[in-house]
Design a protein around this ligand. Structure first.
Ligand SMILES: [Zn+2]
Ligand SMILES: [Zn+2]
Length: 329
């Protein structure tokens, strides 16, 4: 079958790899579309993936075309979205309800072959059946949404919260949609890219700006979300958290990124600084919210490109052009 392959650091190709075959409790999914995200860029830079080469792609959905001999829950023809998380279920963190922090954490498209291919294998336990009205290509958005929901789970957000989001790429915009749904009294979005801010406005954020200093809220925001991973944005955001507020590190920084914190302020204002990592008990809810129309795919998916264009699409994503790019095998 045809697949994208991150061969070595900085080298991406589309090539032919052996067709996958399912283990006893796995299914083969004919991929309808697979989203690209920052994680794929990190893998290309030699971070995250335990070894290269790897077929990337952890944001995908499609149709079941093969089932392992012990699969009874799904059948050929079923339409599914795939939670890429692979937990060991044995370590201290798995056993204490923090499987996304598993000592042996792995994921489809990160540790084992993923969905940037014609076919992908997934454990039956990772598949969520989709209702007929959900477009299979559009369902590539469910995985990033499940990460955003995990972010919301971590925060101590309350009804009426004043929310500030750094970054209006796909993840920042998903955070905006969730903030609206969870009763924020206002959601401000900061980004240096005016085109991206325009989309945030379209989706109904309260205010947009190139920098938070333009927004004139000296008391700060109850919830500050970094969806950039960028040191300057994070540093600025840490200083914008209101008393009793929460800062969520949601964007993925490079390993080497450093910012400074002000311990006195954290103490004196009872500020919570937290992170959220990938998916935890949030994939099913993401699928439900997506089926309920939380996200408009026409807004969130800016580019649908053939799988052959994967290397170029990754370059486009790295350049910050567009929103969610999906490859269509
Ligand atoms: Zn992703
Ligand atoms: Zn584990």
């Amino acid at each position: 079958m045809k697949a994208a392959l991150i061969e070595s650091v900085g080298r991406v190709a589309v090539t032919t790899v052996p067709d996958p075959s399912p283990g006893p409790r796995e299914v083969v999914v004919k991929v309808a579309a697979c989203g690209l995200c920052g994680t794929d860029l990190h893998i290309r830079e030699g971070e995250f993936a335990p070894s290269l080469p790897i077929v990337p792609g952890h944001e995908f959905a499609g149709e079941v075309v093969g089932t392992g001999r012990e699969v009874t829950e799904l059948a050929v023809g079923d339409r599914v979205a795939v939670d890429p998380s692979l937990y060991c279920h044995e370590c201290r963190y798995c056993r204490s309800g923090h499987a996304n922090l598993c000592d042996r954490w792995a994921a489809i498209g990160v540790s084992v072959a993923g969905g940037a291919a014609e076919y992908a294998v997934a454990p039956v336990a990772n598949c969520v059946r989709l209702p007929d009205h959900v477009g299979l290509q559009d369902a590539a958005l469910i995985e990033p949404l499940s990460c955003a929901i995990r972010g919301y789970d971590v925060m101590r957000s309350t009804l009426g919260a004043r929310v500030l989001i750094y970054g209006s790429g796909t993840m920042g915009l998903m955070m905006l949609e969730l903030a609206k749904r969870t009763g924020a009294s206002g959601v401000d979005v900061v980004d240096l890219n005016p085109d991206r801010l325009a989309t945030a406005s379209t989706l109904g954020c309260s205010r947009t700006a190139a920098g938070a200093e333009e927004l004139d809220r000296p008391e700060g925001w109850d919830v500050v979300i970094d969806a950039t991973g960028n040191a300057a944005a994070i540093q600025d955001g840490l200083g914008r958290v209101a008393k009793a507020g929460t800062f969520l590190q949601f964007g993925v920084s490079d390993y080497a990124t450093r910012v400074t914190i002000e311990p006195y302020k954290i103490y004196n204002r009872e500020i919570t600084i937290t992170g959220s990592m990938a998916v935890l008990h949030s994939y099913e809810r993401a699928a439900d919210l997506f089926a309920a129309g939380l996200l408009d795919p026409a807004v969130f998916i800016s580019d649908r490109v053939p799988l052959d264009d994967y290397p170029r699409a990754l370059d486009q994503f790295a350049a910050g052009v567009g929103r969610k790019i999906v490859v269509v095998p």
